[in-house]
Design a protein around this ligand. Structure first.
Ligand SMILES: Nc1ncnc2c1ncn2[C@@H]1O[C@H](COP(=O)(O)OP(=O)(O)OP(=O)(O)O)[C@@H](O)[C@H]1O
Ligand SMILES: [Mg+2]
Length: 266
């Protein structure tokens, strides 16, 4: 699998009210890669995700899954959103099964995969519980199970832990990273949280706002054998500080940073 976003720009509105939201976005994700896109609020992260998902069309540029252009939503791309997006009237198991039923999979297949993916996210004992009976972290685990169960080629996660409090958030980051390590999924994580991006992704793109554009790409080759220790390591903190400075600079003076664009750190 190869997802490629080439020269994508997006404007909303027409004529004098037209507003350029994304300018020349370029991204590549290969099978098994974990890539992150980091930017402040309003920088256009969700718009990138909606374009890749096929929920919006680019104003210019192209998006391909392998050699097929993306023209609309499809089961090859799984989505996890920030706000709990489970169906409140369905149990955890029925939420996980939902997409597979739409795909027309046979009953036995749906049942087996539902049980398997609930187990993958550690919720086999909560299969019959409804979203309101689950904590925020558990609900997001169901959302991840639902996305994975439909067997996508790439999972798009838009601030999946944004609504969780810090402690749960950290354990969910570790959970997602271990899941990626074990299952070899391909993921694009969208977040405003640099630490979150650096902890998990091998490649981190930094976005500047107004208009949204990628100004720096970092290959974060870190030893991730112990994530909670990594959070405290000097090299990690230095890299985080360096990029945080870049993000702060972006918010204050978008023009100043063009000079430092595309400087790559390893
Ligand atoms: N359908 C739309 N019509 C008009 N403007 C839009 C539309 N969707 C997004 N925008 C604008 O595009 C910009 C980027 O929005 P987007 O939601 O992609 O940012 P974001 O980085 O995801 O922000 P956040 O971190 O708050 O989720 C914003 O200024 C927003 O108002
Ligand atoms: Mg967003």
């Amino acid at each position: 699998m190869h997802l490629s976003v080439k020269g994508v720009s997006k404007s909303f509105g027409k004529g004098r009210d037209s507003k350029l939201v994304l300018d020349d976005i370029n991204l590549e994700i290969n099978s098994g890669e974990f890539v992150a896109l980091v930017g402040s609020s309003g920088s256009g992260k969700s718009t990138v995700m909606r374009l890749i998902a096929g929920l919006e069309q680019p104003s210019s540029g192209t998006i391909h899954m392998d050699d097929r252009p993306v023209r609309g939503p499809g089961p090859d791309r799984g989505m996890v959103f920030q706000k709990y997006s489970l169906y409140p009237w369905l149990s955890a198991a029925d939420n996980v099964a939902f997409g597979m039923r739409l795909q027309g999979r046979n009953k036995r297949d749906v049942k087996e995969r539902t049980a398997y993916f609930l187990e993958v996210v550690g919720l086999q004992d909560s299969a019959s519980r409804f979203p309101r009976q689950l904590s925020g972290g558990m609900q997001q685990r169901v959302a991840i199970a639902r996305a994975l169960a439909a067997d996508p080629q790439v999972v798009l996660l838009d601030e999946p832990f944004g609504a969780l409090d810090l402690q749960i958030r950290e354990s969910m980051q570790e959970f997602l990273f271990q899941l990626w390590e074990r299952s070899g999924l391909t993921a694009l994580l969208i977040t405003h949280d640099l630490e979150e991006a650096l902890l998990m992704a091998q490649k981190v793109h930094i976005m500047a706002p107004r208009p949204g554009r990628i100004v720096r790409t970092v290959a974060a080759n870190l030893d991730r054998s112990n994530l909670s220790a990594l959070r405290m390591e000097r090299s990690f903190l230095e890299l985080r500080e360096d990029l945080a400075g870049c993000l702060r600079g972006l918010d204050q003076d978008p023009a100043a940073l063009v000079a430092t664009s595309f400087a790559s750190t390893t």
